[in-house]
Design a protein around this ligand. Structure first.
Ligand code: NAD
Length: 309
């Protein structure tokens, strides 16, 4: 049985990944401080070993890595709220960067040999550069402490790989959505908010004309991409956009949601918000070259998400 570590494994993406790993008969170790995640997100299984600890508990993390000698390591724990990182830039930096660099250092110093270390970065690293679609070679412009830490950690992960012979890969997720999503997530928060407003009948604020776009990717497609990326040798030392390559604007999202819920949303138009990124869509050629294809169109994904809620 393969031993796998998932930090942040009780969160939205992590727990969906853990479900898949358990189905694949892996022995899964989850470290999560439950600051955002929930214990109940994790499957009840004797093959899931849960530790309610912070990844900045360096002593604990070092002992765990040395003792368990994981075959695969997913570095997913993070303060995933950009707004929180703006309010607490240093304490979030310790989680979003220091803790992961420390783990790389543990691997290096102890000469551990994981088959792959995967770090989850974000499309936030591209910032507000207007060039579209965003390819992995597009200009980087991290604007928040969150994005700066994500970008810097990507570089640490990739270059620890190159300098010290550790197999590493990083992903830049676009807007991931689906069951177990944290309603406070800044990425797909808009979907939760729309769903809430539809259920409660309260009005939904659209800032600007509603033509702002995002590349929404359904959680099952993300988990499939993660499995592909850790299994493939060719991915060592590379960063991959994880998205669909399709942009959907807010007006379209609202209309799909209205169809699946069979309810009418009360929309209130407000002025555009300063600092909001208007358009976003990924170039997913690099991931597609590995044989990846997003399977869940937004019409299907939103229906599944609504039914889950
Ligand atoms: N959801 C998205 O669309 C998206 C987009 C880009 C990047 N990401 C990245 O993907 C990863 C997973 O995101 P998510 O959407 O599942 O978010 P999430 O908040 O649901 O999951 C993150 C998990 O990390 C845990 N965590 C936070 N600080 C910790 C600490 N100090 N020690 C241990 N655990 C800690 C939280 O409790 C939570 O369970 C994060 O690294 C996030 O930055 C997500």
């Amino acid at each position: 049985m393969e031993k796998i570590l998932v930090t942040g494994g009780a969160g939205f993406i992590g727990s969906n990944l853990v479900d898949k790993l358990v189905q694949k008969d892996c022995e899964v170790y989850v470290v999560d401080d439950l600051s955002m995640g929930k214990r109940s997100n994790l499957p009840r299984s004797e093959h899931v070993h849960f530790f309610q600890r912070s990844i900045i508990d360096f002593d604990f993390m070092e002992k765990l890595l040395v003792r368990e000698q994981f075959e695969y390591i997913f570095l997913m724990a993070a303060v995933a709220s950009v707004a929180d990182t703006v309010v607490h830039p240093y304490s979030t930096h310790r989680v979003n960067q220091d803790a992961d660099v420390f783990l790389l250092e543990v691997i290096r110093k102890n000469n551990l040999k994981p088959k792959k270390v995967l770090f989850t970065s974000s499309a936030a690293v591209y910032g507000d550069d207007p060039q579209l679609p965003k390819g992995e070679m597009s200009r980087i412009n991290p604007l928040s402490p969150y994005a700066i830490d994500k970008y810097a950690t990507e570089r640490f992960v990739i270059n620890y790989g190159k300098l010290y012979g550790i197999n590493t890969v990083a992903t830049r997720f676009f807007n991931v959505y689906g069951p177990k999503q944290n309603p406070k997530s800044p990425y797909s928060g808009v979907l939760s908010i729309i769903a809430d407003c539809l259920s409660s009948g309260s009005p939904f604020n659209v800032f600007g004309d509603g033509e702002q776009t995002r590349d929404f990717v359904y959680i099952d497609d993300v988990v499939a991409a993660l499995m592909l990326l850790i299994r493939s040798e060719n991915t060592n030392g590379y960063v991959y956009n994880v998205a669909t390559g399709i942009s959907t604007d807010l007006n379209e999202v609202i209309s799909i949601f209205e169809k699946v819920s069979e309810k009418k949303l009360t929309v209130v138009h407000k002025d555009p918000r300063k600092g909001d990124i208007k358009y976003s869509v990924a170039d997913v050629t690099r991931l597609s070259n590995l044989g990846y294809e997003a399977m869940v169109p937004i019409t299907v994904g939103l229906r599944r998400y609504w039914n889950f809620l």
